[in-house]
Design a protein around this ligand. Structure first.
Ligand code: THU
Length: 296
């Protein structure tokens, strides 16, 4: 799903890919069969209050607003695969159907993040996924609908791998990532989950090749995914394997140290029965810095 930041929007404090991953997870779970897009406005309390007043005649600020552009029937909301998108929702510039607008107040997100103690990214993820669900036809008028909407929000955040600051959740994601390991030669499957400071998780698995030297370790798969979308600050990596403790190999320690010398390294093996934790500083003292003078 494409996301367009509106002209009136403030800059996003997390990479746009953070929102795109969540929207993509929602579109996948809802089986959206057509190209779709949404508009996102990040604003302040005054901004969201003005929008609330203009469009909903409510002179009050809030944390999130959503304005669906397409009305889906209840049957369609259960799975948008069969949904009929009206012709006037087609945006020919973007080549996608316009689902609607989401507006988020950044100061409201910030104070709620403080209140719940789970960080700005997790709060933004909650507010955004709530807006996305509204655009897809969910609502919370009665308790039954509300529960259905909440369930879908949680499923979407789990699929988008937004793990907040919960280490157990990160390890679980690394176990899931391991399922995709391509290991016809060693049969040693490794999973990795690298969490950036904004709460986004990048998964990786080892990918082998008939030309053995081309094999890519799980940790570097995850690291390169993150770097290649502009996310460069990390807080922890979880690594999972089967028989032996999957401490990262020397090459992966060096690759990680380029970006995060002090990152926490969590490992889990033997079906999760054994676990250990260290830091990259401990695993790779005196790493090679090349021309980097201050190691930053
Ligand atoms: N492997 C990793 O994925 N990460 C490491 O840190 C060490 C090794 C993979 C590479 C290869 O596919 C398999 O484990 C056996 O060496």
């Amino acid at each position: 799903m494409r996301i367009v930041l509106t002209e009136g929007s403030q800059a996003t404090p997390v990479p746009l890919s953070f929102f795109e991953e969540i929207a993509a997870a929602a579109a996948c779970l809802e089986e959206v069969a057509e190209p779709v897009l949404l508009a996102l406005t990040l604003t302040d309390d005054v901004g969201i209050r003005a929008i609330n007043k203009q469009w909903r005649h409510l002179d009050a600020s809030t944390d999130v607003l959503s304005f669906p552009a397409v009305v889906f029937s209840p049957q369609e909301t259960a799975g948008l695969e069969q949904a009929s998108f009206p012709a006037d929702a087609w945006d020919s510039d973007e080549g996608a159907y316009f689902l609607g607008d989401i507006v988020i107040s950044l100061p409201a997100a910030f104070s709620q993040a403080e209140e719940y103690g789970h960080g700005m990214a997790r709060e933004l993820a909650y507010l955004f996924v709530h807006g996305v669900m509204h655009l897809m036809g969910y609502d919370h008028q009665n308790p039954e609908d509300k529960k259905q909407m909440r369930d879908m929000e949680e499923k979407t955040l789990a699929k988008a791998a937004v793990a907040g600051n919960d280490d157990q959740a990160l390890i679980k994601i690394a176990w899931e990532a391991r399922e995709y390991a391509y290991t016809p030669y060693s049969r040693y499957k490794v999973g990795a989950a690298l969490r950036s400071k904004n709460g986004q998780v990048y998964t990786g698995c080892n990918i082998e090749n008939a030309a053995f030297g081309l094999t890519n370790c799980a940790e570097r798969t995850a690291l390169f995914k993150a770097i290649s979308v502009g996310d460069t600050e990390f807080d922890a990596i979880a690594i999972t394997a089967d028989a032996t403790a999957p401490w990262p190999c020397g090459a992966c320690r060096q690759a990680l140290s380029e970006f995060v010398p002090g990152i926490r390294v969590l490992i889990s093996w033997n079906e999760g029965k054994e676990n250990a934790e260290s830091t990259l500083d401990q695993l790779l003292p005196h790493s090679f810095l090349g021309y980097k003078e201050d190691g930053q």
